[in-house]
Write a protein that binds this ligand. Structure first.
Ligand SMILES: [Zn+2]
Length: 399
């Protein structure tokens, strides 16, 4: 750790409290659903320029803002896309007003997770006020398409932009805690096949729907048998949608499939998750197949970067030096120890740590239970604390 003045950083962040809240409010007013992030990326690029960072927008449309140069690289990441608003009648305030009241900023994306992006901008400002860094690069990434395909942006940054950080801080909401992992997930379909015939004489055909019915009952039982991890909890499996094919509604189905949402705990992989479905007695009996689905929606720049919908589980050990350093930084800033926890949902960590093994941890403004919920908000105090933490951690631990 490099000796820095933690309390000076915290008081700088406190001075920027209303600036931070205003910035998040402005960000909330800019709609940025997945694959439609152009305006939000361009707005945030200008704010990072104002904060004294060098900015670049990559061919996928991710914003890369940096202070310093060369190795090592410490990256601080915020996805800046949001989900939709759902049933507007459930909102007490306009989801895009960015209203500031009761010490909170309200609106879609306030917690998930434009608050992280706003705190990153003010952290960059603090870092530059402190004289910048002479030890490698502090890279602020505002990434796209996370809500639809977590980690895709980081597959692109690492494989195509050829930027591989040494450490990543994820700024998704952590309820004020330091998070060190979460379950993985994948999307797949289990399929059965048959032969169609006129529905007036079903005995002539072979109905794929009845075969899938047997598979479905076995899938429900399989969920109860899945493994568990002490820290991350149990792997789960849920049937979320059914499909079938036939020449008409007056014909026996020649194909049937079920969409499966699979959450993977430590020790579970794409291969093991597919194999346990193929091993079900009905899948064997009927020659069922499993298809792992793919994501190929173009980014706002029009770039398509196809990937399997497989998002690996990850966790850093509680005594990993990076987790210890995060706890130390938090304790020095706020004079108390943080809770070290995990996310229930999934983040870009599926790529940074899950696929590429880059030590990653989370500390971000807002509450996980606000994500994707109506009347979403972020406490302004969280913005201040996160802004101070990002600046302090990057300066003290950026080797
Ligand atoms: Zn998120």
């Amino acid at each position: 750790m490099k000796n820095i003045d933690f309390q000076k950083i915290l008081s700088s962040a406190r001075k920027m409290e209303s600036e931070n809240a205003e910035l998040l409010s402005e960000m909330v007013r800019i709609q940025s659903f997945s694959s439609q992030e152009k305006e939000m990326i361009e707005f945030t690029a200008e704010r990072f320029k104002d904060a004294g960072a060098g900015v670049d927008i990559d061919p996928m449309g991710n914003l890369l803002a940096k202070i310093g140069d060369g190795d090592p690289i410490i990256a601080i990441d915020a996805h800046i896309d949001t989900v939709g608003v759902g049933d507007i009648k459930l909102w007490e305030k306009d989801p895009f007003s960015g209203e500031i009241s009761d010490g909170k900023v309200y609106g879609r994306g306030a917690s998930d997770q434009k608050g992280g992006a706003a705190a990153m901008v003010t952290a960059a400002k603090i870092i530059n006020e402190m004289g910048g860094t002479d030890r490698g690069t502090i890279l602020f990434t505002c990434t796209v398409q996370e809500e639809d395909c977590d980690g895709l942006c980081w597959q692109y940054i690492i494989n195509e932009d050829k930027i591989k950080p040494n450490l990543v801080i994820l700024t998704e909401p952590t309820n004020g805690n330091i998070n060190r992992g979460h379950r993985g997930r994948m999307e797949m379909e289990a399929k059965t096949f048959g032969v169609s015939c006129h529905a007036s004489a079903p005995e002539r055909g072979d109905n794929a729907i009845y075969k899938l019915a047997s598979v479905l009952l076995e899938l429900e039982k399989l969920n109860n048998k899945l493994g568990s991890d002490e820290f991350l909890g149990k792997g789960t499996l849920a049937a979320t949608k059914l499909y079938s094919s036939s020449p008409s509604l007056c014909a026996v189905a020649d194909g049937a499939s079920v969409h499966i949402d699979r959450r993977m705990t430590l020790g579970e992989t794409e291969q093991s998750a597919v194999a346990e479905i193929l091993d079900l007695p009905s899948m064997n009996k009927y020659g069922g197949k499993v298809e792992v689905l793919e994501y190929f929606t173009p980014s706002w720049k029009g770039l398509t970067y196809k990937t399997k919908k497989v998002f690996p589980v990850w966790a850093l050990e509680e005594n990993h030096p990076v987790v210890k350093s995060a706890v130390e930084c938090y304790t020095k800033l706020f004079a108390e120890k943080p809770t070290v926890d995990k996310w229930t949902f999934s983040t870009n960590g599926v790529a940074t740590m899950g696929m590429f093994g880059i030590p990653s941890f989370g500390y971000g403004p807002g509450f996980e239970n606000q994500a994707h919920a109506p009347n979403e908000y972020c406490p302004i105090e969280h913005l201040t604390q996160c802004s101070a933490f990002y600046a302090a951690y990057a300066l003290a631990y950026g080797k």
